[in-house]
Design a protein around this ligand. Structure first.
Ligand code: GLN
Length: 280
């Protein structure tokens, strides 16, 4: 399983968001503390960030940087992270699932227009999973991986006008019915709000004064690190791991979050295995 993170709030550097501070995503790549599958996340990494909106203009599409090397092995990263600032970021470190592409095309975030997407989990036999995509949508799948296929399924719904949280919930329902063992922690943003699902692995959130951070495991939140250092407020530990003011998202939920509206969490309906898979 990978580790992923989304942040919305006052503009901050990628360095303070992803690299600095206790148990940042950077450290989670070689020392995840809550990851349920896999040991390290050394098969690549990526982040996408939205430029500051121009006054009165519509929001611009995000930029991405993705590599197939471990995050600690990229010599370009320190300068990039030190100088790129954004108020809306989605990032992930990858532990590749067997049978998927190893190159950077399979490193999250996946992107289309305004949207950024990441998948933490695995889908068994995804190559034979029944899907309702057009030939064009199938040819547009961005990498040879389960996550890229899920992204195509989500994207189809977004293009039809579905809301971010509804699109994720619907795809989790479809995939869990066809592949009951699938693990489906999805993360999606349009640069304004973040949607996420929990289906088989951990997810946490932290709402700061004017920020929200969603992450696979607790780490520092840049906007609040001075105000509430990790482990000094709220429930201090979870299973021996310092969690500070972070809140755990229960499994099998969909979350919708933005700095303006806070965090809403809704239980996902139980999956209904299709007949073919009902025996599992
Ligand atoms: N299955 C996805 C991949 O191969 C995600 C892996 C993960 O969560 N470790 O990239």
């Amino acid at each position: 399983m990978c580790r992923h993170l989304a942040y919305m709030g006052p503009p901050t550097t990628l360095k303070s968001l992803l690299i600095e501070g206790p148990h940042a995503l950077y450290e989670q790549s070689w020392r995840p503390l809550m990851q349920r599958h896999g040991t390290v996340n050394a098969d690549g990494f990526g982040f996408g960030w939205y430029p500051a909106p121009k006054r009165g203009g519509s929001p611009e599409a995000p930029a991405r940087y993705r590599r197939a090397v471990p995050i600690w092995a990229d010599a370009n990263l320190p300068d990039l992270a030190r100088t790129v600032r954004s108020g809306a970021v989605l990032a992930a470190v990858r532990s590749a699932t067997e049978g998927t592409t190893q190159d950077e095309s399979a490193a999250a975030p996946f992107q289309e227009g305004q949207w950024l997407f990441s998948h933490n989990g695995a889908v068994a036999d995804w190559g034979t999973m029944p899907v309702t995509l057009t030939s064009e949508e199938l040819l547009g799948v961005q990498a040879r991986s389960d996550s890229a296929l899920l992204w195509a399924m989500v994207l189809r719904r977004l293009r039809r006008g579905e809301q971010v949280a509804d699109a994720l919930a619907a795809v989790v329902g479809e995939v869990a019915a066809a592949r009951p063992t699938a693990r489906l922690n999805l993360l999606l943003t349009d640069g304004i709000s973040v949607a996420a699902t929990t289906w088989g692995d951990t997810l946490w959130y932290w709402t700061g004064e004017d920020s929200v951070t969603i992450a696979s495991e607790p780490g520092a939140s840049p906007a609040d690190v001075d105000a509430a250092p990790l482990g000094t407020a709220g429930p201090a530990t979870d299973g021996g791991v310092a969690v500070g003011p972070w809140q755990r998202v229960p499994d099998r939920c969909v979350l919708l979050a933005s700095p303006a509206d806070g965090v809403q969490i809704t239980a996902l309906p139980p999956s209904r295995p299709t007949e073919e898979n009902g025996a599992q």
